[in-house]
Design a protein around this ligand. Structure first.
Ligand code: PLP
Length: 235
C-alpha cells in the first residue's frame, strides 16, 4: 500500500466510509444526500492526493493557504475542479485567490470583500462568497460577530465580482457543536430573509459533520476523515 495505486485504494476506502457517514447523517436529519456538498479539504497534502480524489469523483476541493492552493490549482488546471478557499485571508492575497478560487468561505470583513470583488472583476470572474461567522465571540480566530453579519452581507451583495451565497463557521473548540451550529442556523435564516438566494451553510468538519448536517449544513469541509492525520506539528 505504499505506491500511488495503494494511496488511491486508501482514499477510495476512506471516501466510501465518509459517504456512509454522510448518508446516515442526512437520513437521521430527514434530508436528502444531494442537499449536502462534500468539500475535501486537502491543505498540507500533496497534489497527487487531490488528483486521486478527483479520479474518485470529488469535484470540490478546499484549501486554507493561498500559496499552496494557487500552486495546486495551477498544476491541476486540466481537471476543472472547484477550489474553495476556507482559511483566513489577508487582503493582499485577493488578486491571487480571485484567479483560481470558485468560492471563498472565509470573508469576515468589508475590506476583504471589496478587495476580492475588485480582483474578481479585474480577472473577469465571479466568486461565490460565504460570510464567515464567529461563534465563540472571539473574532481574532476569524469570522464576523453575528451582529455584524447583516452589514457585511450587504457589502458582499452589492460588490461587483462577488455573489453572496451564505454563511460559514467553524465550531468553537470548547463548546457543544450542536449549540454552535444552531446559532449559525439562526444567522443563516436571517441572511435568507434579507437575501433570498443566499442559502448555503458551510459547517461541519471530520469530527462534527453529523451535528452540522442535523443543523442544516449544505457544505461540509472534510480533511482528516478522508486523508488521514495531517503531517507536521500544529497543522
Ligand atoms: C482544516 C480545515 C477543515 C478540515 O478539518 P478536518 O478536521 O481535517 O476535517 C475544515 N475547515 C477549515 C476552515 C479548515 O481549516
Amino acid at each position: 500500500m505504499t505506491g500511488p495505486d495503494g494511496r488511491r485504494e486508501q482514499l477510495s476506502a476512506a471516501l466510501a466510509r465518509l459517504e456512509q457517514r454522510l448518508v446516515a447523517a442526512c437520513s437521521a436529519a430527514g434530508r436528502r444526500r444531494q442537499e449536502v456538498t462534500l468539500v475535501a479539504v486537502t491543505k498540507t497534502r500533496p497534489t497527487s492526493d487531490v488528483a486521486h480524489l478527483a479520479a474518485l469523483g470529488v469535484r470540490d476541493v478546499g484549501e486554507a493557504r493561498d500559496q499552496e492552493a494557487a500552486a495546486k490549482a495551477a498544476e491541476l488546471v486540466a481537471l476543472d475542479l472547484r477550489w474553495h478557499m476556507v482559511g483566513r485571508l489577508q487582503r493582499n492575497k485577493a488578486r491571487s485567490v480571485a484567479r483560481y478560487a470558485w468560492a471563498v468561505h472565509s470573508v469576515d470583513r468589508p475590506a476583504l470583500a471589496r478587495a476580492l470583488g475588485a480582483a474578481a472583476a479585474l480577472a473577469g470572474r465571479e466568486l461565490s462568497v460565504l460570510v464567515q461567522v464567529s461563534l465563540d465571540g472571539d473574532p481574532a480566530r476569524g469570522g464576523a460577530l453575528p451582529a455584524d453579519v447583516p452589514a457585511l452581507a450587504a457589502v458582499v451583495a452589492q460588490t461587483e465580482g462577488l455573489v453572496l451565497r451564505g454563511v460559514m463557521a467553524v465550531a468553537p473548540r470548547q463548546a457543544e457543536p450542536a449549540a454552535a451550529f444552531a446559532e449559525l442556523a439562526a444567522v443563516a435564516e436571517q441572511l435568507r430573509r434579507d437575501h433570498g438566494a443566499a442559502g448555503w451553510i458551510s459547517a461541519g468538519m471530520s469530527h462534527d459533520l453529523e451535528s452540522a448536517v442535523a443543523a442544516g449544513a449544505t457544505h461540509v469541509r472534510i480533511g482528516t476523515a478522508l486523508l488521514g492525520d495531517r503531517p507536521g506539528p500544529g497543522r
